[in-house]
Design a protein around this ligand. Structure first.
Ligand code: DGP
Length: 215
């Protein structure tokens, strides 16, 4: 076992599944319990690569599919050192999307050559989450939460393909959460999973890297 550290707790899922709400709530609850925690999200639109990604998502610029994929990955790489420092310092990072979205969204485009294997390559070596909560919501239930926004990927066809990609990436250690329940019920389940990850990290379970297998 290595030194005590903070946990990397990740939320993934298609658009409108409630990730951002749950991530925000979790950070608040952890802080109330005296756990040092921060909310992170990808893409981080505030950095230079993030500005380019933001323009792409709002269809203000066009970028080749391979190039934008690498930019999303770079957006994670540029924060890797900070992420590792914070975790080593004992801070738990609650992350809204990460490399799994990166791969699911690009592979969902169905562009020749850009399959999941290709998509995963630039993410190799990034920290692996200690817990991955995949919020599962049907397309019908997602649609009932209101129409999609204006951004590039917010169409039913794209979201269907994204969900299929998440399904084919799914590993046994993921926590799949039924997102079609009251927020408070989901919140309790989420907290339990997060506290388990925090405990493991605190007691010295080493931080893994993508895409090493996990028990
Ligand atoms: P969000 O800010 O969480 O709504 O994400 C913006 C959109 O970008 C959303 O449709 C999901 C998508 N997305 C998030 N991360 C990645 C990524 O790494 N690669 C690609 N291609 N799309 C991503």
């Amino acid at each position: 076992m290595s030194a005590s550290r903070g946990a990397l707790v990740l939320f993934e899922g298609a658009d409108r599944c409630g990730k951002s709400t749950q991530a925000r709530r979790l950070v608040k609850t952890l802080e109330q319990r005296g756990v040092r925690a921060e909310l992170w999200r990808y893409p981080d639109r505030t950095t230079k690569t993030g500005e380019m990604i933001d323009a792409y998502l709002r269809s203000e610029s066009d970028t080749a599919d391979a190039a934008i994929h690498l930019l999303f990955a770079a957006n994670r790489w540029e924060k890797k050192a900070l992420m590792e420092r914070k975790l080593a310092d004992g801070v738990t990072l609650v992350c809204d999307r990460y490399s799994y979205s990166g791969c699911a969204f690009t592979a969902a485009k169905g562009v020749e050559g850009l399959d999941l294997t290709w998509c995963k390559a630039p993410e190799v070596g990034l920290p692996r989450p200690d817990a991955l909560m995949y919020l599962e919501l049907s397309l019908e239930d997602a649609a009932r939460r209101g129409g999609f926004g204006e951004e590039r990927y917010e169409t039913t066809e794209m979201q269907r393909a994204v969900k299929e990609m998440f399904e084919s990436m799914r590993e046994p250690w993921w926590d799949v959460i039924d997102a079609n329940r009251d927020e408070e019920v989901i919140e309790r389940e989420v907290l339990e999973i997060a506290l388990g990850a925090i405990e493991r990290a605190k007691s010295g379970e080493p931080l893994g890297t993508l895409w090493d297998a996990r028990a």
